[in-house]
Ligand binder design. Structure first.
Ligand SMILES: Cc1cc2nc3c(=O)[nH]c(=O)nc-3n(C[C@H](O)[C@H](O)[C@H](O)COP(=O)(O)O)c2cc1C
Length: 329
């Protein structure tokens, strides 16, 4: 099955679905599975990841150079670690996203290497700035999203960004089933950028315990919080909190960030819990769509089901809505 949008045309993929770059979770194996399902899989690179991880995971994602893939970088981290950009360029991806900060300084070097550039934005000003910086794809990332994000919901943000820029717009945040994909395509998005709906897939780099916790969580079980970044001393800009599953650590520290920053014991506790895979304390980043993830399915199947389901829904809904009315052209 193929679906045609500006995104599928530019990337040369069958379905308008991008597997979100998720640091620590979306490595080469998940990216490859998403691409094999007809979308484009992306490798997430964390601010503290070794630069060599990029080449290593790119080999896996591309199946030794046969398949297209993308890489997701964080703008605020590149300022201090330009080697991450160098490694990303050298890995020859089709697409690189530079999000959470200005993509501007990095667009030219990526374009010069023949790489398309995307940037996730969280408001109108960010969308306009990204388009003016020359990115090829603007990703409207709503607060429904898992991981670091802004404060505006996906649906209003998508409408705002679609009106604000002329480049293709992809929707991110809360798209976890065919209904979500159909909705954003009908609104005018060129595709969907999905993370949470892949969190229970066996191809993630997460542990079986983390995947089980995702399956057991509902849509009201997340919180947008900075506590995990503060406790790890990670330099995320303040405007980007992370949406994660609520747990004992967030119950204790969310709202008490200054005390947390001064509490070495709490920071040590988080580090130990991470090592032990104890998710009552350690974090699992996930979005509102976690309430729709009820089975551990192969990522290629998740992607195919999204695409095929969206086509059926769009066709059925239009027929039902129009009744005997002729289809407007
Ligand atoms: C576990 C996890 C890790 C993430 N890590 C990154 C990352 O490293 N870089 C990035 O640009 N976005 C990251 N994100 C955000 C995703 O790119 C994307 O915006 C989000 O997953 C879309 O919303 P959804 O989770 O509701 O599908 C992450 C999201 C999750 C769930």
């Amino acid at each position: 099955m193929r679906l045609c949008t500006a995104l599928t045309e530019r990337l040369g993929v069958a379905l308008p679905i991008l597997g979100a770059p998720m640091a620590g979770v979306a490595h080469g194996t998940l990216a490859r599975a998403v691409t094999e399902g007809g979308g484009l899989g992306m490798i997430g690179v964390g601010s503290a990841d070794r630069a060599e991880l990029i080449a290593q995971e790119a080999t896996v994602a591309s199946a030794g150079g046969r398949l297209p893939f993308g890489i997701g970088l964080m703008a605020w981290a590149l300022d201090e670690r330009p080697e991450l950009l160098d490694e990303a360029v050298a890995a020859r991806p089709s697409l690189v996203s530079v999000s959470f900060g200005s993509p501007g300084p990095y667009v030219e070097v990526l374009h010069a290497a023949g790489i398309l550039v995307a940037s996730q934005v969280q408001d109108r000003a960010g969308a306009v700035a990204a388009a003016e910086a020359g990115v090829d794809i603007v990703v409207a990332q709503g607060t429904d999203a898992g991981g670091h994000t802004g404060t505006v919901g996906t649906l209003p943000l998508l409408q705002i960004v679609l009106d604000a820029v002329d480049v293709p717009v992809v929707a991110a945040g809360g798209i976890a089933t065919a209904r979500g994909l159909a909705g954003v395509l009908a609104a005018g998005a060129a595709g969907a950028w999905v993370g949470t709906c892949l969190l229970a897939c066996p191809e993630t780099a997460s542990s079986a315990r983390a995947r089980a916790k995702v399956l057991a969580s509902g849509e009201t079980d997340t919180i947008l919080t900075r506590v995990f970044d503060i406790a790890q001393g990670i330099g995320w800009p303040e405007q980007f909190a992370g949406r994660a599953l609520r747990n004992r650590f967030t119950d204790t520290w969310h709202g008490r960030e200054a005390a947390l920053a001064a509490d070495a014991g709490a920071r040590r506790q988080l580090a130990e819990a991470r090592d032990a895979g104890d998710f009552d304390t350690a974090y699992i980043y996930a979005g509102h769509g976690v309430g729709l993830v009820r089975q551990s399915l192969p990522a290629a199947k998740v992607v195919r089901d999204l695409g095929e389901g969206a086509v059926s829904l769009l066709a059925e809904r239009l027929d039902a809505l129009l009744g005997d009315e002729p289809r407007p052209r």
